[in-house]
Design a protein around this ligand. Sequence first.
Ligand code: IMP
Length: 179
Amino acid sequence: MDSVTLKDKLFTPFIGEEKIQASIGEIAEKINKDYRGKSPFFIGVLNGSFMFLGDLLKSIKLECKVSFIKVASYEGTTSTGNVNELIGLVEDVEGEDIILVEDIVDTGNTLEKLHELLLNKKIKSIKVATLLYKSEVYSKKFPIDYIGIEIPNKFVVGYGLDYDGVGRNLNSIYVINNN
Ligand code: IMP
């Protein structure tokens, strides 16, 4: 794999396609087992989760629903659970077994906000699946039920994740080159 330049920054190969797909396969297998006999409702957090959720769903053998939600980006510090900043979820989720699907969990601010919003909607249960997890930075108490790959606190792009809007279409993950 070659390095890529996105706008003004150089990114070097970090996680290859094969490793990504293997880890998605493992998550799918666990979900298929944990939700046997149930009909979960997957909610992808836009924009970054679209590729992960797409590939994950191909290996989900359960009857399930799928939707997306988008959170307005944070500026400076966040006031937790400000539901007014949310757009997107129009479906009725009352009584549903929700699986929230994130591309990456960093501080957990997004997760905290979505958790609060969804709990107010009388859902039956909620679990979280993320492809990438920055364990050094995560500062919230919510359990993350399905974790693909733990990564250090470095900026990554590709496979849905962007740098200033670009790089989402890369089919593997690259890390910023700070040299
Ligand atoms: P959190 O709210 O701090 O957990 O961050 C969640 C969001 O920040 C993710 O859904 C991404 O959109 C973005 N993000 C965090 N780390 C990275 C990264 O390394 N590359 C690209 N986007 C990131």
